[in-house]
Design a protein around this ligand. Structure first.
Ligand code: SAM
Length: 259
């Protein structure tokens, strides 16, 4: 059984076809770590001819709303398709803002049902009946919830054990469990480019010195770019663990002796 199953409910299932066949997500699906099932909301339309699922808002105003009946019928049917009903997540600009802490919490659910809106959004009874987790990816308005659903999936699968090659990388990333700050600067070959050099401390193999430099750089970058993060409580691992042997040097270029 996969560690995390996503059910996506959308009016535009085709939007996901390219996304599901690429990169880390594709590998995670192939490895059976993550399962993604896309459902076309129109299949639950009572209108068997045109598969209509939207109508004009009572009281007037621009645009159309997604109707309550197909959404409830669809969510109930989708819930019954899995071993657990899962957490229903309704994508909306009015929801709780998605941040790394919430991503980490979401990844602990065995099943997430992502409800993507379109047009002016949903009939409010969808929220009243389902009581979903309302989630926003930022204070701006998208045309639909599909891109937001991809953001949720993309960020959440990184937390699933086995998805990333190196599990420590998700601890060291910006905003993450390591220190909740921005990540330190990183460099790879060549050592020098147009007079710009890699800091000496990264080349001397002294893991304690490297960890101290990275820790200081992480704080410095956060101070410059995102001072607000320094005011928020940090937690979990207070310092960045020293790099382990074999992980600290970039791979040697083919046919080149490691420096
Ligand atoms: N009328 C709605 C409002 O003002 O709250 C906005 C509707 S928006 C044009 C259509 C759909 O896009 C929403 O139902 C939602 O699923 C999705 N969406 C738009 N912005 C989003 C955001 N910032 N986060 C998550 N989903 C969003």
């Amino acid at each position: 059984m996969p560690a995390l199953r996503f059910d996506i409910i959308t009016l535009f299932p085709e939007i996901f076809s390219g996304y599901l066949t690429q990169s880390l997500l594709h590998k995670a699906i192939e490895a059976g770590l993550v399962e993604i099932v896309v459902h076309d909301l129109r299949e639950w339309s009572a209108d068997t001819k045109h598969h209509k699922v939207d109508d004009r808002p009572y009281g007037g105003g621009p645009g159309m709303l997604i109707q309550v009946e197909p959404v409830i019928a669809c969510v109930e049917a989708v819930q019954a398709m899995g071993p657990t009903p899962g957490q229903v997540v309704l994508l909306t600009p009015q929801g709780k803002p998605l941040g790394q802490r919430l991503v980490e919490q979401l990844s602990l659910h065995p099943r997430l049902i992502l409800l993507c809106g379109r047009y002016e959004g949903f009939d409010h009874r969808v929220l009243e009946i389902l009581q979903p987790m309302e989630l926003s990816i930022g204070d701006y308005v998208l045309n639909g919830g599909e891109v937001a659903a991809m953001v949720v999936i993309d960020s959440t699968i990184r937390m699933v054990p086995g998805v990333l090659g190196d599990e420590t990388s998700s601890h060291l990333d910006s905003f993450s469990r390591g220190n909740r700050l921005l990540e330190f600067p990183q460099y790879t070959r060549p050592r020098e480019f147009r007079g710009w050099s890699v800091p000496d401390v990264l080349l001397n193999g002294n893991h304690e010195a490297i960890a101290a430099w990275r820790s200081a750089q992480s704080r410095q970058r956060t101070l410059m770019q995102r001072k607000d993060l320094l005011a928020a409580p940090t937690q979990d691992l207070p310092t960045i663990p020293p790099a382990v042997s074999g992980n600290d040097s970039p791979p040697a270029a083919p046919g080149t002796a490691p420096s």
